[in-house]
Design a protein around this ligand. Structure first.
Ligand SMILES: Cc1cc2nc3c(=O)[nH]c(=O)nc-3n(C[C@H](O)[C@H](O)[C@H](O)COP(=O)(O)OP(=O)(O)OC[C@H]3O[C@@H](n4cnc5c(N)ncnc54)[C@H](O)[C@@H]3O)c2cc1C
Length: 392
């Protein structure tokens, strides 16, 4: 049989797998159910900026292989991401750091807390919120409770739809550290960039290869029942392929035979405003308390990063909700729910994959039911290709 494979989903994962196999001489048919490529990184140009249709995407990595690969397909502009949270009428830098403490606490208390923090932790280190909450020192424990109540509690409750965020997997809250320094950058990674011409253009360039054919608006459903462990090929859209790489939802692939996996979704409400960094100090403004939305994104900051002097901004307010494929507003699966029940269900689906693994590989953010940053998704796509039975 000819060296021909199918890739389902034209997000970063699918696009990179398509490119790598095309470079190895395979003909690749890439199917995407949406009307566009680039998956959740899709962006379009507005007011000399890029608006990210499915929420703001800020690229950051310390992975050299990922960066070297991407440089072939786009120029990049440095963008150190900043986040501020609106707390008691003021904007406070997030992650919470000594710079945040200067805004939220009176001077006499700041000095005492800083002294105690530096007595326990090295300047420049970062700790989890749990370290402070578990502290035996009263001031440090109070600080932990303050940060938990003002920064974590409301935001995580809204984002994950839970009353008590402490019931979530600890990893969720550990993603945002407390910093023992004055660093107001959101990420620590070596590379923090935005693609100069946007993510869609970056993905378009990845897919520019004579061996890749792209089919948009094709919702692929695979007939798994007809696949046995002796099958040498897989049929998709009446065509035979040596192998299919599926980057969609794993429960959908199995027709929800063991129930639906739970996700959180988002509703994006658009508005526009005069670009005003003195009123809105960063691209991302978190509203942990008092509102039913979680954050406002000001895309004027991308325009500024690209070297323009923005007059107007696209603003997008994010409202989280429970994913429901039949809902009019929460019908996109964005974040897998991190509970042990959800993990167990996913593992059952994963087990079922074994019998069809000769002709189908399930991967990507939705396929592996994991929150993957873009660089992790890219690195995971490299690994899928490196470990593929087609290559070995
Ligand atoms: C709100 C939000 C903000 C984020 N912000 C950041 C950030 O700031 N920095 C960062 O590094 N990462 C961020 N990410 C993560 C980033 O979006 C992912 O790393 C990336 O999208 C993973 O790519 P993927 O190809 O695995 O998945 P996706 O981008 O979801 O692509 C999967 C594609 O498969 C298609 N598909 C699914 N099923 C089928 C089917 N049956 N037939 C055909 N096509 C199908 C889908 O339509 C989709 O286009 C964010 C994610 C979200 C949700």
């Amino acid at each position: 049989m000819k060296k021909k494979i199918a890739v389902i989903g034209a997000g970063l994962t699918g696009s990179i797998i398509a490119r790598k196999f095309a470079e190895k001489g395979y003909k690749v048919d890439l199917y995407e159910k949406r009307s566009h490529i680039a998956g959740n990184c899709f962006d379009n140009k507005e007011f000399n900026s890029f608006t990210h249709k499915y929420g703001p995407h800020l690229f950051h990595t310390s992975n050299e292989r990922v960066m070297e690969f991407l440089k072939n397909f786009s120029d990049f502009v440095p963008y150190p991401h900043k986040v501020n949270a609106f707390i008691d009428g003021q904007f406070v830098p997030i992650p919470f750091s000594l710079a945040s403490l200067k805004i939220t606490h009176p001077e006499f208390l700041q000095k005492r807390i800083v002294q105690k923090l530096l007595g326990e932790y090295k300047f420049g280190s970062q700790i989890t919120i749990f370290k402070l909450l578990d502290s035996v020192d009263k001031d440090l424990k109070n600080l932990g409770e303050y940060i938990y109540d003002k920064v974590f509690l409301g935001y995580s409750s809204k984002q994950w739809g839970v009353k008590n965020p402490l019931d979530l997997d600890k990893g969720v809250l550990n993603r945002i550290p407390v910093r023992i320094n004055n660093d107001t950058n959101y990420f620590n990674d070596k590379y923090q960039f935005l693609p100069k011409d946007g993510y869609t253009s970056l993905v378009k360039n990845i897919l520019k290869h004579p061996k890749i054919n792209i089919f948009l608006n094709r919702n692929v459903q695979i007939e798994l029942n007809s696949i046995t462990s002796s099958c040498e090929s897989i049929k998709i859209n009446h065509k035979n392929y040596l192998h299919a790489f599926f980057t969609g939802m794993i429960d959908e692939l199995f027709a929800f035979s063991m129930g639906e996996l739970e996700y959180r979704s988002l509703f994006f409400k658009k508005s526009e405003a005069i670009f005003s960094p003195s009123t809105r100090p960063s691209l991302q403004l978190n509203y942990p308390n008092n509102y039913n939305f979680t954050r406002i994104i000001d895309y004027g900051f991308i325009s500024k990063t690209l070297g323009f002097k923005p007059l107007k901004s696209r603003l997008v307010t994010e409202y989280p909700g429970r994913f429901d494929r039949k809902s009019e507003i929460f019908n996109q699966a964005f974040y897998p729910l991190f509970t042990s029940k959800a993990k167990d269900k996913y593992n059952k689906y994963k087990l079922k994959l074994k019998s069809v693994s000769k002709v189908i590989t399930v991967c990507g953010r939705l396929g592996t039911y994991r929150y993957l940053d873009m660089d992790d998704a890219i690195a995971a796509a490299f690994a899928v290709v490196d470990n593929s039975i087609l290559i070995k």
